[in-house]
Design a protein around this ligand. Structure first.
Ligand code: ADP
Ligand code: MG
Length: 326
């Protein structure tokens, strides 16, 4: 990937139809390199930069060519090559790793959803993933940094310390590698996901967590009849930003979501996670969590593109996420 030695190094000004003014607009909106443009959506690009969709398509295809990614004529080969780069992050539970075919995949979004507050262990799993991503590769980690977008103020460094110690890791070192940003509303959350791309240029971030993906969207738009479409559109864009981050950085994206308590407001199905189809279609892996006896949780894999559906048991303990015995 990238430019080969001896080849011309392209910049965004080399793209067709991109003069000084457009280049400036692109940069202002975070489209500051060929890779970012190569994975942009024509619609976003055209809206954000005030250019026609046709022009946006031309820019994106040229960026793909220059950045040497996603050449659709040899798409199958390229996708295969990208998939070969995919790595898997351990959850800490062999059961759950097994259900996921080895762990959480990079370049994909994995969504954990479940019922009422505190019942699912979703936030506990997010803490565990954060610790695990800092671990060396031989232990199922990425030896990498982590970015957490915390929307419910549930991040607890004390939990990180406990989980790190249980794995014989230096807890200060683990904490240093976990970057936490509190999101105060949905717009702030969207902005933080966009900023994440910039942060990844400074830190080797290979895990991006959004806990919770939907809580702000839900509370802000709840009962405001008529703005559902707007909410869905924002959420959709946010998901695509997250996926873009995962693709560019070969990172795992882990998000949490809550089962709706207001089926009348949210898409009719009482078991439907907030965000309905939009989240469902973008999330590549979805795990439904429910409480079982003795502090155990049943994790069920739903709608995976290439894994069989199934269930397993995990446990949330002081030491973190472990197997619950099947
Ligand atoms: P969710 O994010 O799905 O709402 P959480 O991840 O916050 O749920 O889960 C909270 C639960 O995790 C608690 O009810 C408790 O069962 C468990 N838990 C939290 N901290 C600890 C700990 N230190 N030791 C054991 N279990 C814990
Ligand atoms: Mg939580």
């Amino acid at each position: 990937m990238g430019e080969k030695e001896g080849e011309k190094k392209y910049t965004i000004e080399d793209l067709p139809g991109v003069g000084e003014a457009t280049a400036e607009k692109l940069r202002e909106n975070g489209y500051d390199d060929l890779m970012t443009l190569a994975v942009a959506s024509p619609k976003d690009l055209s809206e954000v930069c005030g250019i026609g969709e046709g022009a946006a398509i031309k820019i994106i295809s040229a960026a793909r060519k220059y950045a040497d990614v996603g050449n659709f004529e040899t798409g199958g080969e390229q996708i295969l090559e990208r998939r070969r780069e995919i790595q898997k992050l351990t959850t800490g539970s062999k059961n759950l790793d097994g259900l996921l075919g080895g762990g959480l995949e990079t370049q994909a979004i994995t969504e954990f959803f479940g019922g009422e507050f505190g019942s699912g262990g979703k936030t506990q799993i997010m803490h565990q993933l954060a610790v695990n991503a800092t671990m060396p590769k031989e232990k199922g980690g990425f030896d990498a940094d982590v970015l957490i977008i915390d929307t419910e103020n549930t991040f607890r460094p004390e939990r990180i310390v406990q989980m790190a110690r249980a794995k014989d890791l230096d807890s200060d070192n683990v904490l240093r590698r976990i970057h936490v940003a509190r999101a105060y509303n949905s717009h702030h959350q969207i902005l933080l996901a966009e900023k994440a791309l910039e942060m990844a240029k400074e830190f080797p971030i290979r895990l991006l967590i959004v806990d919770s993906l939907t809580s702000h969207f839900r509370s802000e738009y709840m009962g405001r009849g008529g703005s559902l479409a707007e909410r869905q559109q924002l959420l959709n864009r946010h998901m695509h930003d997250l996926l873009k981050f995962g693709t560019i950085n070969n990172a795992v994206i882990a998000v949490t979501n809550q089962v709706s308590a207001r089926p009348d407001v949210f898409f009719g199905d009482p078991m439907a996670p907030i965000g309905g189809n939009i989240v469902g279609h973008t999330a590549t892996f979805r795990i439904y969590l429910r409480k079982a006896k003795g502090g155990k949780r049943i994790a069920r894999l739903i709608d995976s593109p290439h894994l069989p559906e199934g269930e397993t048991v995990i446990q949330v303990t002081e030491d973190g996420i472990t197997d619950g015995g099947v």
